[in-house]
Ligand binder design. Structure first.
Ligand code: NAD
Length: 484
């Protein structure tokens, strides 16, 4: 029998996990559960990543984790165990399905507008790297990594999933008009992958326009793929379209290990009361069953759930207030009592179980993801981020004293807006400037040349950060300042 790791989680986690596993057991789902120690209480025991070494070992050997929501202790400098788990095991694709559920009233269900949107969110990179530094007391910097191989993994997954699902349309949401290199790379990768799927209509949309269209015409979208932060926001928006977080499941898919959990958190305001809605965790569990090929059990349980919702049965967080709500246990028992019933709307077909291909095998080194394009690379300069509260002209004069010979000062910007050699007195300043030095004639320079420049500038300024200016196949691999 298949075995999966189960972490009950914090807050309402144990209550809703118990309800879901009760439903699984009643349906004779052929699964065994190995409970692992993860969550706030594990942090409190002194494990700084929120899980015990034994839990990590079990999850890495079983390959599937079914988890309840977990709390991140506040103000202790520890990182979220939820994010750590997704990143450590490279679950690069976060798939969240949002479908109209009959019995869960929304403005769209009342208007007869059907919703069936799958959001695929990149799950490892972006600002979720959490790589942040205070450059000065006034200025914080977050590094936003978007990589070609990382984008490729999640976008390929999205296209493959869309093809299997028989989707009409796959859409890339982005902000490449502003973040030309990071979101531009994600978008380019999307269209590179799209060439291998001519049968799918692939298009893109700027993320703000996407939000507006999702709340006006959600039925126009099928599969939407986004970078991490934008995907997080857009998927909560989609949860709102179908009735809220109580109905939002989530699957974190990796090549070896995958994690299934609800989108919502630990709901500390209702914990211990046995009133939480287990639907989101149940839907996440059904995604788990389908992921490992248990199609029949998934369809039986989902049909019973949909039938139950159609009958107006509900927990306290949704449904008709005139109809008495059920508690978590009663709600799960109502679903069990409806096994074998088929809903009037969107009944799930009884697909055959599929053989499972094991995804976990022992790795002897960390996989290196690399795009092996052969390109001509040169460094032609450097951006020096300096701390100063002086005016741009004064900074330029000091910089120019150090730029004899190889380098010339090209531009000085403040929060991305050029303030030297030209600019406006109306541009507000903060105490971090980016001073861009390029080589005279844009010839190739070495890192030693840059260290020499650094040594000189450090006599006048505190240098908070540096970035090399790369040119690849004659193309600048860096952005220009606004107004440059
Ligand atoms: P939350 O999702 O826990 O709660 C938001 C609101 O939704 C609350 O009013 C809550 O009662 C309600 N709610 C959530 N799930 C519900 C359910 N199943 N049934 C009925 N009502 C439900 O968000 P929060 O309050 O911002 O976060 C609480 C904690 O959860 C924080 O520590 C946060 O870090 C953590 N969190 C964990 C995860 C995860 O484990 N993946 C995700 C989000 C938040």
């Amino acid at each position: 029998m298949n075995k999966v790791a189960v972490a009950k989680g914090d807050g309402i986690g144990p209550e809703i996990m118990e309800a879901v596993l009760k439903i699984f057991n009643a349906a004779n789902v052929p699964l065994e559960y190995e409970y692992v120690d993860m969550g706030k209480w594990v942090f409190d025991k002194g494990y700084s990543n929120g899980m015990t070494p034994a839990a990590q070992q079990t999850i890495e050997s079983l390959g599937i984790l079914f988890k309840g929501p977990m709390e991140t202790p506040k103000g202790k400098g520890v990182k979220s165990v939820n994010v750590t788990a997704r990143k450590t095991w490279n679950t690069y694709a976060n798939k969240r399905v949002f479908q109209t559920l009959h019995g869960v009233d929304t403005v769209f269900s009342k208007a007869g507008i059907p919703i069936d949107i799958t959001v695929v969110r990149e799950n490892i990179e972006d600002t979720y790297g959490g790589i942040e530094h205070m450059l000065t007391h006034d200025v914080a910097l977050s590094r936003r990594f978007i990589t070609q191989p990382g984008s490729m993994q999640v976008i390929k997954y999205a296209f493959e999933m869309a093809k299997k699902k028989g989707t009409r349309r796959i859409t890339c949401g982005h902000k490449a008009n502003i973040m030309k290199l990071t979101d531009g790379l994600f978008l380019q990768t999307f269209y590179d992958v799209a060439k291998d799927y001519p049968e799918l209509k692939a298009d893109d949309i700027i993320v703000d326009d996407l939000c507006m269209k999702l709340v006006t015409r959600p039925d126009q979208f099928d599969v939407v793929v986004l970078t991490n932060l934008q995907g997080d926001i857009v998927s909560d928006l989609c949860a709102g379209l179908v009735g809220g977080l109580g109905f939002a499941p989530s699957a974190n898919i990796g090549d070896h290990i995958s994690i299934f959990e609800a989108v919502h958190g630990t709901a500390p305001d209702i914990m211990g009361k046995n009133i939480a809605n287990p639907t989101a965790l149940l839907l996440s569990g059904l995604a788990l069953l389908r992921h490992i090929g248990l199609m029949e059990s998934a369809a039986t349980i989902e049909n019973a759930l949909l039938y139950t919702l159609e009958q107006g049965v509900h927990t306290g967080d949704f449904g008709d207030k005139a109809v008495q709500s059920l508690n978590t246990t009663e709600f799960s028992e109502a679903i069990i009592a409806n096994f074998g019933k088929v809903p009037e709307n969107n009944p799930k077909p009884m697909l055959e179980n599929q053989p499972i291909t094991p995804t976990v095998f022992k790795l002897d080194k960390n996989p290196m993801l690399e795009n092996s394009e052969n390109i001509n690379e040169t460094i032609i300069g450097v951006d020096m981020f300096i701390e100063s509260n002086e005016q741009p002209m004064v900074i330029a004069e000091k910089c120019l004293q150090h730029t004899f010979g190889l380098f010339k000062l090209v531009t000085i910007s403040n929060r991305g807006t050029q303030v030297w050699p030209t600019g406006s007195m109306y541009t507000n300043l903060v105490n971090t400037y980016a001073c861009r030095f390029e080589s005279v004639g844009e010839v190739s320079v070495t890192q030693t040349d840059i260290i020499e420049l650094y040594r000189h500038l450090a006599q006048d300024f505190k240098i908070c950060s540096t970035e090399l200016l790369n040119v690849w196949d004659g193309k600048k691999a860096y952005s220009l300042a606004a107004g440059q």
